[in-house]
Ligand binder design. Structure first.
Ligand SMILES: NC(=O)c1ccc[n+]([C@@H]2O[C@H](COP(=O)([O-])OP(=O)(O)OC[C@H]3O[C@@H](n4cnc5c(N)ncnc54)[C@H](O)[C@@H]3O)[C@@H](O)[C@H]2O)c1
Length: 442
């Protein structure tokens, strides 16, 4: 008979208590599994905006308990504890050092929703600690980090997914069916775009002392030291290279992933990548990533194009973000809310039947979380595998590297390096700030 494990509240873990700061080595507990009737105990690392949204969609499932939270900002922790208590009547343990959360053998699954520069270390440590992982997109902030994370998930045989929730979208799956069945004819071009106000960053303000609630040194983590600035943390880190990749990675992974899904093999990488853009609209803002960018990824027999404009909220096909799959018989235009197919015509003849506007009524994020929980229980691959997250992140990062080097890049995925570009090869891995070191696998 299967025993139903149930988290019985904070007293179960008495003695561990509330911890701030620790240097304990990460335990290697190896493989462990969760059976179908079990409660899945979840720990959240990075509890603010998306961490909070993820947690809400996890604990709405009857078979999930949130038993631990970790954040380097006490105010964020307090708010999230309150949130969990209101929803479940239980108070999770709280930590400021994620390694202490990973020490809890009761934690089955960790959600990692830290800024992008802080995905890799907790992910690799979580693999070593035998946890299953829901890591936010983009998988990481550099190609070398993406590569080591993929290897770690495989080596430690973890069930791991990435927060690319469109992979669980029923409407997106229908679109993929139409592209793959040839309904659109030959698809040789896929366009992705994302125009968002926030891509412009915020007006520059002077550096200042960090607020008392934040352990700023831990927030920076592996990134180089820079004085605190309120317009570079909490949500606003995205437009700075040390922590994020701007709209190219922030939205790029969601949308480029749809193109890779449609074209069949998520492990394919473009033959060449070329980019052009700059900080053209908002030179006075706290921003390092381009507010205006175009990238072309050439796969030999099809082309993927990306464009973004920060500070703009309209776009092609009257959608501020989206994907158009351009075929010889018709084009599908899609975003998360709706999609349609516009038929191609020749000599007064329509080459395919159009499809009028279809509305998406599904909550893709809730579906994504549920599919991951089922994958954990069944020890099966989730909708969005680690390879899928890896391919989308590396592709988006290639776009940024093409922009930053100003070169036409040729990436060799086998050699995990660039042909003819010492500049790009030098930018594949970040230099971690001591005492943190880039994760290694034994
Ligand atoms: N899937 C999606 O649709 C989606 C949407 C938004 C954001 N995201 C992703 O979610 C992640 C978080 O984004 P956000 O907007 O919530 O950022 P945020 O800045 O609002 O929150 C990040 C939190 O992580 C905390 N943190 C920083 N370093 C930490 C550490 N070492 N240990 C524990 N906590 C730490 C910060 O204090 C903050 O509370 C990013 O990777 C982002 O790309 C995904």
């Amino acid at each position: 008979m299967i025993t139903r494990r149930k988290f019985t509240g904070i007293s179960t873990l008495a003695g561990i208590g509330t911890v701030a700061g620790c240097t304990a080595p990460v335990p290697k507990t190896g493989l462990k599994s969760v059976s179908a009737n079990d409660i899945i105990n979840v720990g959240l690392i990075g509890c603010r905006s998306m961490g909070g949204s993820n947690l809400r969609d996890f604990i709405r499932n009857q078979d999930v308990e949130c038993i631990a939270l970790c954040d380097v900002d006490q105010d964020v922790l307090d708010e999230r504890v309150k949130d969990v208590f209101e929803k479940t009547g239980k108070k999770p343990l709280v930590f400021k050092d994620y390694r202490k959360l990973l020490d809890l053998k009761e934690v089955d699954v960790v959600i990692i929703a830290t800024p992008d520069h802080w995905h890799c270390l907790p992910f690799v440590d979580a693999c070593k600690a035998g946890k299953d992982i829901y890591v936010e997109k983009p998988l990481a902030n550099s190609i070398a980090e993406c590569n080591i994370m993929l290897r770690a998930a495989k080596k430690y045989n973890r069930i791991a997914t990435v927060g690319q929730q469109q992979r669980s979208g029923a409407e997106w799956a229908k679109i993929m069916g139409l592209v793959k069945s040839g309904t659109l004819g030959d698809v040789k071009r896929i366009n992705c775009w994302a125009n968002f106000d926030y891509g412009a960053g915020e007006p520059r303000v002077p550096d200042s002392a960090p607020p008392q609630s934040i352990d700023y040194d831990q927030w920076l983590g592996p990134a180089p030291f820079r004085p605190f600035n309120k317009n570079r943390v909490h949500g606003l880190w995205r437009m700075n290279w040390d922590y994020g990749g701007g709209l190219m990675t922030d939205w790029g992974v969601h949308l480029l992933d749809m193109a890779l899904w449609a074209m069949g093999d998520t492990r394919q990488f473009p033959g060449t990548v070329v980019a052009s853009g700059g900080i053209m609209r908002f030179p006075g803002n706290e921003i390092q990533t381009p507010d205006t960018l175009n990238v072309v990824f050439n796969y030999g027999d099809w082309v993927l194009s990306w464009e973004h404009s920060g500070g703009i909220q309209t776009g092609p096909w009257n959608r501020n973000y989206g994907v158009s799959f351009v075929g010889s018989k018709g084009t599908i235009v899609a975003d998360r809310a709706s999609w349609e197919m516009i038929p191609e015509g020749k000599n007064d003849k329509v080459l395919a039947e159009g499809i009028p506007l279809q509305t998406n009524k599904q909550n893709e994020h809730q579906a994504h979380v549920r599919h991951f929980l089922d994958a954990v229980k069944n020890r099966k691959q989730p909708d969005c595998t680690i390879e899928t997250g890896h391919a989308a992140a590396v592709t988006a990062l290639l776009g940024n590297l093409a922009y930053r080097t100003g070169e036409i890049l040729r990436y060799d995925p086998q050699k995990q390096g660039f042909m003819d570009s010492s500049k790009a090869n030098g930018m594949m891995a970040p230099v971690y700030r001591s005492p943190l070191v880039f994760p290694l696998l034994d």
